[in-house]
Design a protein around this ligand. Structure first.
Ligand SMILES: Nc1nc2c(ncn2[C@@H]2O[C@H](COP(=O)(O)OP(=O)(O)OP(=O)(O)O)[C@@H](O)[C@H]2O)c(=O)[nH]1
Ligand SMILES: [Mg+2]
Length: 432
């Protein structure tokens, strides 16, 4: 059993709640009760995901799955506003797709350095009672409660972004090649599945060449990878966003051509587009006699198939200059290389506006009302305060919820459920 490959994690994020607004009155020596002076609550901190180019895995999320930003402070007397909560920034590697757990909808595709997306918005602070004073009502005791912070369950999916992708069967020598071409020091061993997480390195194409392409070594693929064998899906995903592929074949294997065909079939089955990328077959381990013997026939077969191939020894450093030149030839120029490889990253913003709409539904004898605006109103109302509760009733009428409930046949005393609150319905005073 392979250890869990960390390029897919589930996390939950919670933004901070807004602070409650205050319902206080000025204290002055000569007036028994001054005007309202309750400050507003501070907004809650939001949660963001931000690209950190130093990361190549989602390892940071292995043990910790819940993340919360801090709440806003309460408003205070003398119009003092509550402090804003602190925003929380979580670092993710470039190439992280952010999906909503339940719907599977893509929220953002973070590819560029510094790119960030808000995944949970902090709650707005409640307004203090100063906002509710009018000419006819100069001493309001009503103040809003802070709005709860958004909560969201997310799935993060990593698809590495690299210019060159290394693919091949386990033990072909991919990691050895990465080490030979770059300063990266991946683990190398004589057993299959040594590499369990992708490794990234930066390639040096030679003194004249200003380009610094990145190269990714992904875990070995096996037959059936395209249908999920050996976590193949996860691995193949990482080569989707490369500009070209190096297909490493163990030249000393029993049948290098069979090895080659297995991987080619898996690439095709995963996504035909992979085979449309520039591809070089790298016949490795040429320092071994078996490989030297097999090379002529292998080369002939590749020629016939019209697939460019060259032979190297990653370990002995043989043929690497030719390989570098062949890679250099197939990569775009400096300017194009500076742009992220397609598909270009998109940030899809999803935070829905609070519409006035609502839905009504029967729920074991009670009436369930759903709607962003109305739910927000409920959580921001302090029902212990009579004035706030009355205000809420007027809003129910204004938003048309009251009329809809009557139409649905509600009777005095029936329960109405909105968000986490249950209220007994009474017709507004005027009707009684
Ligand atoms: N003789 C010889 N051995 C090599 C060469 N390249 C790699 N090896 C050996 O082959 C074995 C596998 O090499 P790795 O680079 O770990 O292979 P890999 O393709 O990364 O394997 P996985 O990570 O398991 O998919 C190691 O024992 C290497 O030392 C080479 O050019 N010549
Ligand atoms: Mg490896």
């Amino acid at each position: 059993m392979l250890p869990m490959f960390l390029d897919e994690v589930h996390i939950s994020v919670r933004a901070g709640a807004g602070g409650d607004g205050a319902a206080t009155f000025r204290r002055e020596a000569h007036v028994p009760r001054g005007g309202p002076d309750g400050g507003d609550g501070g907004r809650g901190g939001s949660v963001y995901l931000r690209v950190d180019p130093g990361q190549t895995t989602l390892r940071d999320f292995r043990y910790k799955h819940h993340f919360s930003a801090t709440p806003g402070g309460r408003g205070e007397r003398a119009k003092r506003h509550g402090k804003a909560g602190e925003d929380l920034y979580l670092s993710v590697p470039p190439g992280t797709g952010v999906l909503e757990q339940e719907s599977g909808a893509l929220i953002a595709d973070l590819v560029a350095v510094g790119q960030a997306v808000m995944v949970a918005r902090g709650g707005r602070g409640g307004l203090g009672n100063t906002h509710f004073a009018t000419a006819t009502h100069q001493a309001p005791r009503h103040a809003q409660k802070g709005e709860p912070g958004e909560e969201r369950s997310l799935r993060l999916e990593l698809r590495l972004i690299a210019d060159v992708g290394l693919v091949g069967l386990p033990n072909a020598g991919k990691s050895t090649l990465l080490a030979a071409l770059t300063a990266a020091r991946p683990k190398i061993a004589s057993y299959p599945f040594t590499t369990l997480e992708p490794n990234l390195g930066v390639m040096d194409l030679g003194v004249e060449d200003g380009r610094r392409p990145t190269i990714a070594d992904v875990p070995g693929l096996i037959e059936g990878a395209s249908s999920g064998a050996g976590l193949g899906h996860a691995f193949l995903r990482h080569v989707e966003r490369t500009r070209m592929l190096l297909h490493v074949v163990d030249g000393a294997a029993r049948d290098p051509r069979w090895d080659h065909d297995v991987i080619r079939d898996e690439l095709r089955a995963h996504d035909e587009a992979l085979l449309a990328k520039p591809l070089l077959v790298v016949f490795n381990k040429l320092d071994l006699a078996d490989a030297r013997e097999a090379w002529p026939a292998f080369r002939a077969a590749m020629r016939e198939a019209g697939v460019p191939a060259l032979a190297i020894s990653a370990e002995a450093g043989e043929g690497l200059d030719t390989l570098r030149a062949a890679v250099a030839e197939r990569l775009p120029d400096l300017e194009a290389l500076a742009q992220p490889p397609e598909p270009a990253g998109v940030v899809v913003h999803r935070i829905e506006a609070a519409g006035e709409g609502f839905t009504l539904e029967r729920e074991d004898g009670a009436f369930r009302v759903r709607g962003k605006r109305i739910e927000r109103l409920v959580v921001q109302t302090n029902f212990d305060n009579e004035e706030s509760a009355e205000r809420f009733q007027r809003e129910l009428v204004r938003l048309g919820v009251d009329a809809a409930l009557r139409k649905a046949g509600i009777r005095p005393g029936d329960d109405v459920r909105i968000a986490g609150t249950e209220l007994a319905w009474e017709p507004p005073e005027a009707d009684r």
